[in-house]
Design a binder for this molecule. Structure first.
Ligand SMILES: [Zn+2]
Length: 319
């Protein structure tokens, strides 16, 4: 049996205990709700984050429920959950960004202590949480206006331990697609590059919806990973159906603020040059025809009528 206390943010937990509270972001007055589970037994530290994007509800609800359900007496190691990171976006139903500065936290890692709020949040997650973790699971989903299949991303870094171990963990999750990501401004890419820890970004659900079934599936998958890491007791089970590896992808963005009319559906196979959607002005005139850049599958779509200049519209994945 383990002894001793651990502390993250303002939350202290004795060995074999769980505690909830907040992690302040420097001196901004902003604070993130966290649960610290200090297992009764020795083992690694797993960071589970959610709500980097405030409208991704299945991941946020999964983190909230796991915080309540995981029993510290049966945990081998430490589990720290943040639920959610982007609290103001959650309450205000703002997609992608931190409302105060309009920045996407998942583009500004490892953040800056003297930056804007999104950068300060990223800095605290990076230096006070990732730096002390052995593994990081970052729970996402499609945002309020996004539709996507289940995904798992892991860092595309040079460190073979990070890549191989992340891949092993990814293989324990049910997902339609697996992608190695070079988004080092994202939490997971940065965890691999800066802190040399295996890390996964998991995507489930979208369009501002969440259901009991999705959350139960999400929790079952995370519990399976925790068993694989031997942090939870029991045998991990490898999913029967393995994820498809996306070898390359292209995300097409809106050239101007306009209305968006896709003419394909998620999962459709498309051919190079095929029309996949149109941008129109608010009089209904076609401004631009969007075409597939290569043969592939539609693996991400924006489903809102409104798009702002520079927003992603659709992603074609090469399989
Ligand atoms: Zn997200």
């Amino acid at each position: 049996m383990k002894t001793g206390e651990i502390c993250f943010g303002d939350v202290r937990a004795e060995a074999g205990k769980k505690a909830e509270g907040y992690a302040p972001v420097l001196d901004t007055g902003y604070r993130m709700p966290i649960t610290v589970i200090n297992g009764a037994h020795e083992g690694p530290t797993v960071l589970i984050t959610s709500g980097v994007h405030g409208g991704e509800y299945p991941g946020i609800q999964t983190a909230i429920e796991l915080s309540r359900e995981l029993d510290p007496q049966k945990i081998h190691g430490q589990i720290v959950l943040i639920h959610p990171i982007n609290l103001h976006a959650f309450y205000q139903r703002v997609s992608y960004c931190v409302p105060e500065d309009g920045k996407n936290i998942n583009r500004v890692f490892p953040g800056k202590p003297d930056g804007t709020l999104a950068e300060q949040i990223a800095y605290v997650v990076s230096e006070q949480f990732q730096a002390r973790a052995d593994y990081h699971l970052d729970l996402h989903g499609g945002d309020l206006h996004e539709q996507l299949p289940s995904y798992v991303y892991y860092p595309n870094v040079e460190d073979p331990y990070v890549v191989n171990r992340s891949r092993e963990i990814a293989d324990m999750l049910e997902a339609t697609f697996q992608v190695k990501t070079k988004n080092f401004g994202g939490a997971v890419g940065s965890a691999g590059l800066r802190h040399h820890i295996p890390a996964l970004l998991i995507e489930r659900g979208g369009r501002g919806l969440w259901s009991r079934e999705e959350v139960e599936d999400y929790k079952a998958n995370i519990r399976n990973v925790l068993r694989f890491l031997q942090v939870c007791e029991g045998e991990a089970v490898r999913p029967e159906k393995q994820a498809i590896t996306v070898v390359d992808d292209a995300t097409l963005a809106a050239s101007r603020s306009s209305a968006w009319y896709p003419c394909v559906s998620l999962g459709d196979a498309v051919k190079e040059g095929q029309q996949i959607g149109e941008l129109r002005d608010l009089f209904g005139n076609v401004l631009e025809t969007i075409r597939a850049p290569f043969d592939g599958l539609v693996i991400y779509m924006v489903v809102s009528l409104a798009v702002a200049e520079g927003d992603p519209l659709i992603t074609i994945g090469m399989i």
